[in-house]
Design a binder for this molecule. Structure first.
Ligand code: UD1
Length: 417
């Protein structure tokens, strides 16, 4: 297993370009299964999760080529409708094939995803949506068997905002007969980008960026060609890298409004920004002020930036609280940050962070994707040499992060295991 070795306290400078968004690309890859033919996705990041989804599409019979950040997915011969345990187990987003396979083939068999490092993560809302559209669901030996002769539009009321269930419901409804109204849908930008792709395929979806999308079923879809949107979580992570090292850097190729909640909180913490088109420049600030955070669905503060912001707050001038309402157990990084001299205590899903003057280096272990990013940020700020093991987690979601950070002047090296 590879490791990162970081010699901290180097000032960063220059510009870093954000890659395409993993969380936008994954559902769109699944959506290509809704039509027969060759779809093209551009600006796709080289990430293990993307490779895993490509593998899953091949398992169901699609041809997938991935070169120069372009994914060509030919679904002409896709004819198999099972997502096996070995893949779903490694990547929860595999559940995204359920809606499209059900819509196209009238049946699917998807392994029940288990728990993961950030908590239990149920799929009840996905299943309720499929049932609302007419599917019969049976759980058998760890697999979800879904069958439906004809998907029929319906009203779907989500009791909780779920990105994944919203995406699956929309993908299952585009080929259904009649109209589907989704209430309390997720409005994350990645859902908007999925709607754009589906409409390019010939779907009829209105209410993009609202919590009530309306889908009018069509009889057939065609392949499409689209550029993937920039990764807002990667953009946010680099801005925090600038703040935690008290450096001036520019994060380019991003959509600033997608991370407005982060920018607002960073301004409260004393950070200064200049926004020019798709570039955000952050300027060094002398102190980091403590700021309380509660994670919520978009457009509020994202759970996917909780660990990184918590790392920034570990160096704040005072005490603050961080509550994760989306994934209450997503605090595995706290124990590792405390090994780096942070002073954070947990009570349920609330972290109390007492800012310290400095982080000091040691060996730490990455536990999940965003927790790994938090440890990298801590390593950039810590005195001395920090070694982070199990960085395969970070390779799931950050494209060439060590090269991008080195380009900004960080002293970070990947040691192959
Ligand atoms: C997606 C993102 C993940 C992000 C999360 C929340 C992808 C591939 N992953 O995950 O990075 O952290 O959104 O923004 O895009 N829930 C249920 N029942 C369900 C589904 C979800 O109770 O059937 C709960 C979850 O446990 C959680 C909340 O709903 O408490 C939100 O989860 P959800 O939005 O579904 O997350 P994912 O789509 O899995």
């Amino acid at each position: 297993m590879d490791k990162f070795v970081i010699n901290g306290r180097k000032k960063l400078h220059g510009e870093v370009e954000v890659s395409g968004a993993k969380n936008a690309t994954l559902p769109i890859m699944a959506a290509t299964l809704l039509a027969k033919g060759r779809s093209i996705l551009r600006n796709v990041p080289y990430l293990n999760d993307i490779k895993m989804m490509a593998h899953l599409l091949r398992v169901v019979g699609a041809r997938v080529d991935f070169h120069d950040n372009v994914l060509e997915i030919d679904t002409t011969n896709a004819n198999y409708f099972e997502a096996p345990y070995e893949l779903v187990n490694k990547m929860r987003a595999s559940i995204y094939v359920m809606g499209p396979l059900l819509a196209r083939f009238g049946q699917t068999k998807v392994s029940f995803p288990g728990g993961c490092a950030i908590g239990t993560r149920p799929v009840d809302l996905h299943l309720e949506a499929m049932e609302a559209l007419g599917a019969k669901i049976e759980i058998d030996h760890g697999y979800i068997n879904a069958n439906c002769k004809e998907m029929k539009g319906n009203k779907i009321h989500f009791s909780k905002v779920s990105v994944g269930a919203t995406a699956n419901a929309i993908m299952a409804a585009v080929l259904a007969t009649g109209e589907t109204n989704i209430y309390n849908a997720a409005v994350e930008p990645e859902i908007g980008s999925l709607i754009d792709f589906l409409n390019l395929m010939g779907a009829r979806i209105e209410g993009k960026d609202t919590s009530h999308p309306i889908i009018t079923g069509v009889s057939e879809l065609k392949p499409a060609d689209m550029e993937m949107m920039p990764d807002r979580i990667e953009a946010g992570t680099f801005l925090i890298a600038g703040a935690i090292t008290k450096s001036e850097i520019t994060v380019s190729n991003c959509i600033p409004e997608h991370i407005q909640a982060l920018i607002d909180k960073m301004e409260d913490a004393g950070c200064l920004f200049e926004i020019l088109g798709d570039c955000i420049r952050i300027f060094p600030s002398t102190t980091i002020k403590p700021v309380n955070i509660v994670t919520q669905p978009y457009p509020d503060f994202p759970t996917d930036l909780q660990a990184q912001f918590l790392t920034l707050m570990s160096l704040a001038d005072g005490q603050c609280l961080m509550e994760d309402t989306i994934f209450p157990d997503r605090f595995m990084h706290v124990a590792e940050l405390n090994r780096l001299n942070a002073n954070i205590s947990m009570r349920g899903n609330v972290a109390t962070i007492n800012g310290v003057e400095y982080l000091s280096s040691t060996d730490v272990m990455a536990t999940d994707l965003r927790a790994s990013a938090a440890l990298v940020l801590a390593g950039l700020a810590a005195q001395g040499k920090t070694t982070i093991s199990r960085i395969y987690h970070i390779d799931r979601g950050y494209d060439k992060i060590e090269q991008k950070l080195s380009g900004l002047g960080a002293d970070i090296e990947r040691i192959s295991g």
